[in-house]
Design a protein around this ligand. Structure first.
Ligand SMILES: C[C@@]1(CC(=O)O)C2=NC(=C\c3[nH]c(c(CCC(=O)O)c3CC(=O)O)Cc3[nH]c(c(CC(=O)O)c3CCC(=O)O)/C=C3\N/C(=C\2)[C@@H](CCC(=O)O)[C@]3(C)CC(=O)O)/[C@H]1CCC(=O)O
Ligand SMILES: NC(=O)c1ccc[n+]([C@@H]2O[C@H](COP(=O)([O-])OP(=O)(O)OC[C@H]3O[C@@H](n4cnc5c(N)ncnc54)[C@H](O)[C@@H]3O)[C@@H](O)[C@H]2O)c1
Length: 215
């Protein structure tokens, strides 16, 4: 069996997290970063989760899970330390046709969460298919060295140039060649080293705008 990797658009969608420990907190944080509406259900929660609830960033129900709690949800995370509860949450999710992450039991999950390198619009998601979360973390740390903060700026630049090129009304083949030429240029390297004169020269050669504000 091989997992199918996707990037979900969760903005404004209700995600229910059952459990309020360290692991739940980590999953909630990532859901909030994706703009999801998060509801936490647990009799006890970490200090950080409590603060997020006070600040109105998450909805909090301080009580044990009960059947029916997944009503209205799009996505579910079971992050308790009670195997019976984990299974009950997963079962309800299956009945409702919802994807559910069971944090301590990849065998019964319908999705697992990757380790992620974040650089603005670039996200590198790493999974070992549950074989070793610790190894996934090591790989993330290696990739974080290779893909530094310059990649955020680089992708912002590429996104702008892409918009400019798309508005040009070029023949498709010419456009494709240009996109590939730009993607092959060592722009991340130039940006990392502050060699903006190379970026400027390339922009001029291709008739693209120079991103003064990104410098
Ligand atoms: C990537 C990351 C995302 C996140 O959670 O946000 C994530 N785990 C992370 C860290 C981490 N988790 C654990 C350790 C301790 C070392 C170790 O045990 O290896 C470390 C390392 C650390 O903390 O340094 C313990 C652990 N994790 C799982 C089990 C149960 C089991 O395997 O049976 C146990 C044993 C619990 C116990 O002790 O009983 C299960 C899962 N953990 C997953 C994801 C999914 C598979 C990902 C993949 O395909 O690789 C999966 C299957 C389900 C899921 O959670 O979706 C995040 C990295 C964040 C980062 O980048 O730093
Ligand atoms: N996936 C991962 O990355 C990963 C990493 C480490 C540990 N784990 C495993 O995940 C589980 C959770 O870890 P943790 O450190 O957050 O545990 P924890 O003990 O800190 O938290 C457990 C939470 O579950 C809540 N809970 C208990 N019964 C409940 C119920 N009936 N309804 C709702 N909530 C209930 C508790 O109130 C508490 O908030 C453990 O089984 C752990 O072994 C997974």
């Amino acid at each position: 069996m091989r997992y199918y990797p996707v990037f979900l658009k969760l903005e404004g969608r209700l995600c229910v997290v059952v459990g309020g420990g360290e692991v739940a907190e980590r999953k909630v944080e990532a859901l909030l970063e994706a703009g999801a509406r998060v509801r936490v259900i647990a009799p006890e929660v970490t200090e950080t989760l409590r603060r997020w609830a006070e600040e109105g960033r998450v909805e909090l129900e301080v009580r044990p899970y009960r059947e029916g709690d997944l009503s209205g949800a799009w996505l579910v995370v079971a992050a308790t330390d009670d195997p019976g509860v984990q299974e009950a949450v997963f079962r309800e999710a299956e009945e409702r046709g919802l994807f559910c992450n069971v944090v301590d039991k990849p065998e019964i999950c319908s999705f697992i969460v990757p380790s992620v390198v974040r650089r603005g619009r670039l996200q590198l998601a790493i999974s070992t298919s549950g074989a070793s979360p610790a190894a996934a973390r090591r790989i993330r740390e290696r990739l974080e060295e290779e893909f530094g903060p310059e990649w955020e700026v680089y992708l912002e630049l590429m996104a702008r140039w892409r918009r400019e090129i798309l508005s040009r009304d070029l023949p498709e083949e010419e456009r494709r060649v240009l996109f590939n030429r730009l993607a092959l240029a060592p722009l991340p390297e130039w940006i990392r080293q502050g060699d903006w004169h190379y970026v400027r020269a390339l922009a001029e050669k291709e008739g693209l705008s120079f991103p003064e504000d990104l410098k």
